[in-house]
Design a protein around this ligand. Structure first.
Ligand SMILES: Nc1nc2c(c(=O)[nH]1)N[C@H]1C(S)=C(S)[C@@H](COP(=O)(O)OP(=O)(O)OC[C@H]3O[C@@H](n4cnc5c(=O)[nH]c(N)nc54)[C@H](O)[C@@H]3O)O[C@H]1N2
Ligand SMILES: Nc1nc2c(c(=O)[nH]1)N[C@H]1C(S)=C(S)[C@@H](COP(=O)(O)OP(=O)(O)OC[C@H]3O[C@@H](n4cnc5c(=O)[nH]c(N)nc54)[C@H](O)[C@@H]3O)O[C@H]1N2
Ligand code: SF4
Ligand SMILES: [Mo]
Length: 694
């Protein structure tokens, strides 16, 4: 059932170029041009005619052929012959693998399909190879539903409670800002194409300010760096508000016309004089007063908020606090003022068409299955059957994700995946840490081998990805694998026969996306206003920005943004006195690319960055092998001592494959399964540790 490869352009001699989209979980969603010679992809480049890509790719994807044609690609179905986690497999036929998997799932579903769980995230951001046929399959089956919280749900929930959706400034408008606050974002590493706009603004005289506990390559290139303690962003935002109020640097007309709850927010902010905020954040007070002055007096002023600042207990409240700032000074009046965290809410994706939650109506009870949070998979895999939890998990189908490496609290996750009685199927390109725990590993196609359609969370274009080459070996698309499984499960609904091209067309209504244009150019832009909230018109019920939101009371939250201290405040004198954050290593994308040798060689080794004083206090020198530990686990890596870490904070760069790291561990050995205030998200950057030489 593999699709016929249709090149985007006529084949000249034996070489042609195919238009595609980068599938990775990155706000930039670049447009790709793949050169194919004699059926082999020989080069992947950025499409120069797509403005957001501008012909440039990051180092990782510029080397895409190295990943695609990697000698370790899995090219046949594999069946486990060793113990769980040992990684010993033998090749089997698709027939054998699919028949056996269907039989196992049927037996479990005959009792309660909720004992089966899909586990997937954004290994590909494609709407087709992500949740289309797969979601239909699990909806029809009545499997437990997965709450996909591992990355962005604290911020997304916070934005929904403030603006009504994940919406904000247009990314290209930052080029004309005069003040850009890069807040919880290492743009050079994780949002390269935004950094280009920030550079343009800088050349036009804009001031760049970075707010980040780590002195990143981005922080180094900004005019000012506020190295706050992790999880103190809400205190900083409230301190800034306090200065705006005290000096009356407010846009009263904008506040009156386009916001709700000003008296309550004002009262809250008055509790946060700059000196109090500075103490909480661990920075000099004049950094706060200066930033408040600049923010009030520079127009247009823009905030590039990113997800790094919502991975602590108070992450949702912090996003809400920061998101209130642009309305206070009327920054939204200008197209190049305001804030952007995510543009995903601008895309009218037809999720119900792709995923068909209505298929659940065919279930015997017609009920909505129980929901399992992907961020607590460690605990959930080890949960026995109980009236509150429901049936213990008996089968897991993993695709587009590597949970054994990326989920918090690895000791628990590994124990769960190691259960000999758990039936695990992993759809993968490579033998990842997770694949080592599978009963069956099924070979999946990569972006160069399948169709897909992409929205973005950094810009506002829709991209089409055409297959450039035929599937390698016996690899099949995720969609084909679930189609074939659906047949064997006896699911006869015609929606399981929709082709990948048809699914691409179902993702958006024809009035939103012109399919002919997408086929021709490979991308198309959403039609949006230049300054979306110049006159209010936020996608809330009242069209206003919600400083105070009574709906938050219903989820046990303060209706007005507040500062919530970390779950694991790391104080001197405490048993675990260092606050650890674990942002991405630049040459990896989460755990993807860790097995690409040329990129791993750039990163060299898993590291923890320590400040010179914290290192000296522990007798640690640069290059030492150290253990980062707490009650959950012990992560072994190399110490890198220098100015990237502020005192009191250590940076454990992510996310190595455990088996390619030291002593089979990675940074999630010590992170916790505690959740954020909003969105049930993980608190990767809210983690107290100690470090010692080993
Ligand atoms: N090269 C590369 N690019 C990537 C990724 C990757 O792994 N590698 N991952 C992709 C994915 S899935 C995502 S979600 C995004 C992530 O990219 P971002 O949304 O930018 O989030 P992070 O990289 O988690 O963190 C960004 C910065 O926030 C800082 N930070 C940590 N804690 C705090 C805090 O409490 N307050 C503040 N103000 N800052 C804090 C970190 O030091 C880091 O430099 O990037 C995507 N792009
Ligand atoms: N400590 C710590 N942990 C973190 C983070 C952190 O900052 N610190 N970041 C968190 C964040 S923001 C995120 S988003 C998660 C990311 O976690 P994941 O979504 O699990 O991302 P990856 O680690 O990139 O793993 C994706 C896997 O999908 C596979 N894949 C890609 N395309 C396809 C396909 O078409 N079909 C199939 N079957 N497989 C495919 C890839 O080979 C890869 O192994 O990690 C989280 N974990
Ligand atoms: S990972 Fe990001 S920057 Fe790199 S090619 Fe993909 S979308 Fe572009
Ligand atoms: Mo993410």
């Amino acid at each position: 059932m593999n699709l016929v490869v249709t090149p985007a352009e006529p084949i000249e001699a034996s070489s042609h170029v195919v238009r595609g989209a980068c599938p990775h979980d990155c706000p930039d969603t670049c447009a790709l041009l793949t050169t194919v010679q004699a059926g082999v992809a020989v080069q992947v480049k950025g499409n120069p005619s797509h403005p957001a890509t501008d012909g440039v790719l990051c180092t990782k994807v510029a080397r895409y052929t190295e990943r695609t044609y990697h000698p370790e690609r899995i090219l046949t179905p594999l069946k486990r012959v060793g113990k769980k986690g040992e990684g010993r497999f033998e090749p089997v036929s698709w027939e054998h693998a699919l028949d056996d998997i269907a039989q196992r799932l049927k037996a479990i579903a005959a009792v309660d399909a909720q004992a089966i769980l899909p586990y997937s995230y954004a290994g590909t951001m494609g709407l087709v190879q992500g949740e289309s046929i797969a979601a239909r399959f699990f909806n029809r089956l009545g499997a437990s539903e997965l709450d996909r919280t591992i990355c962005a749900s604290a911020g997304a929930t916070a934005l929904a409670h403030t603006y009504g959706a994940s919406v904000g400034m247009r990314i290209e408008a930052f080029a004309d800002s005069q003040l850009i606050i890069i807040w919880g974002s290492n743009a050079i590493g994780s949002n390269l194409h935004f950094w280009r706009h920030a550079q343009a603004a800088k050349r036009n005289g804009a001031k760049l300010v970075c707010i980040d506990p780590r002195r990143t390559e981005t922080a180094e290139r900004c005019h000012t760096h506020l190295a706050i303690m992790p999880g103190t962003d809400a205190a900083l935002a409230l301190g800034l508000m306090n200065e705006l109020i005290r000096n009356d640097w407010l846009d009263h007309d904008y506040i009156d016309a386009h916001t709700e709850g000003w008296p309550a927010l004002r009262e809250r902010a008055l509790e946060w004089p700059a000196a109090r905020a500075a103490e909480t954040c661990g920075i000099p007070v004049d950094q706060i007063t200066q930033l408040a002055f600049d923010y009030a007096h520079t127009k247009p002023a823009a905030i590039r908020l990113n997800y790094g600042m919502q991975r602590t207990r108070g992450g949702g409240n912090a996003v809400r606090a920061v998101a209130c700032l642009p309305a206070l000074v009327g920054a939204w009046r200008n197209a190049s003022g305001g804030l952007l965290l995510s543009s995903s809410g601008f895309f009218p994706k037809q999720r119900a068409v792709l995923e068909r939650p209505d298929l659940r109506a065919a279930l015997p009870s017609g009920r909505r299955p129980r929901v399992i949070n992907m961020s607590t998979i460690g605990a959930d895999l080890n949960h026995a059957t109980s009236p509150t939890f429901g049936p213990a998990l008996q089968a897991l189908i993993v695709y587009n994700s590597n949970p054994v490496a990326v989920a918090p609290d690895s000791p628990q996750v590994v124990a769960g995946f190691g259960r000999e009685d758990l039936f695990t199927v992993v759809l993968e390109h490579f033998q990842t840490d997770t694949a080592d725990y599978a009963d069956y590993v099924l070979p999946a196609t990569t972006q160069l081998e399948h169709w897909d359609i992409h929205a973005s969370y950094g810009h506002t274009d829709v991209l089409l990805n055409r297959p450039a080459v035929a599937p390698m070996g016996q690899a099949k698309t995720n969609t084909d694998i679930f189609r074939l499984l659906a047949k064997r499960m006896g699911f006869t609904e015609p929606c399981f026969d929709d082709s990948d091209e048809a699914l691409c067309q179902q993702a958006f209504a024809p009035e939103v996306v012109d399919w002919a244009q997408l086929l021709r150019d490979g991308f198309t832009s959403l039609k949006l206003p230049q300054a979306p909230f110049a006159n209010g018109q936020f996608p809330t019920a009242t069209g206003k920005c919600l400083f105070e939101n009574p709906a938050l009371l219903a989820i046990g939250q303060d209706p007005v943004p507040n500062y919530l201290p970390n779950w694991e405040p790391a104080d001197k004198g405490h048993r675990y006195p260092l606050a650890m954050i674990s942002p991405p290593a630049r040459q990896f994308l989460n755990s993807t690319f860790v097995n690409v040798k040329s990129l791993r060689d750039i990163e060299q080794a898993p590291v923890v960055e320590l400040s010179p004083e914290d290192a000296a206090a522990r007798g640690i020198v640069d290059g030492d092998t150290v253990a980062v530990f707490n009650d959950r686990g012990r992560y072994v890596c190399l110490a890198r001592v220098g100015e990237r870490a502020r005192s009191g904070v250590v940076n454990g760069l992510g996310i190595w494959w455990r088996k390619l790291g030291l002593r089979g561990t990675n940074v999630n050995e010590v992170t916790s399964q505690a959740l954020t205030d909003m969105g049930r998200a993980p608190t990767f950057y809210d983690c107290a540790v100690e470090v010692e030489r080993v």
